[in-house]
Design a protein around this ligand. Structure first.
Ligand code: SF4
Length: 352
């Protein structure tokens, strides 16, 4: 008989919960946790080389919309201000627009609207951009790893995917979801020849292009430090497109180093978790598609809040469970250090 986890009825936590409701979600390192990333599926219609090298199709369960919303509600009641819906590929969920509409109708305990964002590969975005905007979506980030069709489809391993993504980005801009952010994971030897092209794209299309260092979160054993393109090289090469100047961060917890072109046309971000980690100001917590709380992208433990839900936990129990998970949030990652171990879940099953 499987040992079911006990519902966490910790009365001593009630006081703690009241205090947390007052001060928001603060981890044991003093960081305010305000951003929740929810993976609503680990299914994906792409097979990107740096992410998915194993089998395609779902590997983990998905919750119902009602279950996700109930869990998210308890996070919001504890101080979450931003909710990012991710995957796999979130646009594969037929009820995504309804989920956004419901989230957009909520207010935080401080009476504010939630900041709702989606990270997508853009393949289905052309038809969904306007309905998502109308439902209350605030922002969209599109993963795009090349500006040339041949390289793009070599990375995604899906023929015909490039035009669909370009159309998706344009539809998002027309729907008023701009400035659209485009995330490019840079891998030396795969797409590092695209840097200058993305500089031109940012300037031509008014997109915010962000380069992300390749992290050891792929399914296979592709990652090594030599494949990481450092910040200085990216900045030097973009400066050949047009002179760059550093821009101030939008928030202390912003992961990207922002740069603008000196003539004010186009913006670039560089997210360097490997060579210039930003864990000290981390404000993120994650919920996986099968209902596990991950306190860090590189966590080696997960907190099964879905099990609490199935066991009939009250909302107060769920909030207490969230608080105890946040209390255990890791200080930082240990990539490149002796003894570093990749997490058991790869990126497609975490959702970024
Ligand atoms: S590695 Fe973990 S602690 Fe560091 S920024 Fe990412 S999620 Fe936060």
């Amino acid at each position: 008989m499987a040992n079911f986890p006990e519902i966490v009825h910790e009365p001593t936590q009630q006081g703690f919960a009241k205090q947390a409701l007052a001060q928001g979600l603060i981890d044991s390192h003093g960081r305010a946790i305000t951003d929740l990333r929810v993976s609503v599926t680990d299914r994906c219609n792409y097979k990107c080389v740096y992410c998915r090298t194993g089998q395609v199709g779902a590997q983990y369960d998905e919750l119902t919309t009602e279950q996700y919303l109930r869990l998210i509600r308890n996070f919001v009641d504890l101080g979450i201000e931003k909710v990012r819906l991710t995957g796999g590929e979130p646009l594969l969920r037929r009820d995504l627009t309804e989920m956004v509409r419901e989230l957009a109708s909520w207010r935080t305990p401080l009476g504010q609207k939630l900041d709702i964002a989606i990270t997508t590969n853009g393949h289905l975005l052309e038809d969904l951009a306007q309905p998502l905007k109308d439902a209350g979506l605030s922002r969209v980030t599109v993963s795009m790893d090349a500006v040339e069709q041949e390289t793009f489809e070599r990375v995604t391993r899906v023929p015909g995917s490039f035009p669909a993504v370009v159309q998706g980005i344009r539809a998002a801009q027309q729907a008023g979801l701009g400035p659209v952010k485009v995330n490019c994971v840079l891998l030396r030897g795969f797409n590092d020849d695209q840097i200058e092209g993305f500089g031109h794209l940012a300037r031509r299309e008014g997109l915010i292009v962000r380069f992300i260092e390749f992290m050891p979160l792929e399914e296979g054993r592709l990652w090594n430090l030599d494949m990481v393109v450092p910040v200085k090289e990216i900045v030097d090469r973009l400066s050949t497109v047009f002179p760059l100047k550093p821009l101030a961060p939008n928030a202390a917890s912003e992961t990207a180093r922002r740069y603008g072109f000196t003539d004010g046309i186009g913006e670039i971000g560089i997210i360097a978790p490997v060579t210039q980690a930003f864990c000290g100001a981390c404000s993120r917590i994650r919920l996986t598609s099968d209902g596990k709380i991950r306190t860090c992208l590189f966590s080696h433990r997960e907190h099964d809040i879905y099990a609490q839900l199935r066991l009939g936990a009250t909302d107060q129990d769920l909030r207490t469970f969230i608080l105890s998970a946040v209390e255990k949030k890791e200080a930082r990652h240990h990539i490149g250090e002796p003894g570093f171990l990749k997490p058991s879940r790869s990126m497609v099953h975490i959702g970024g």
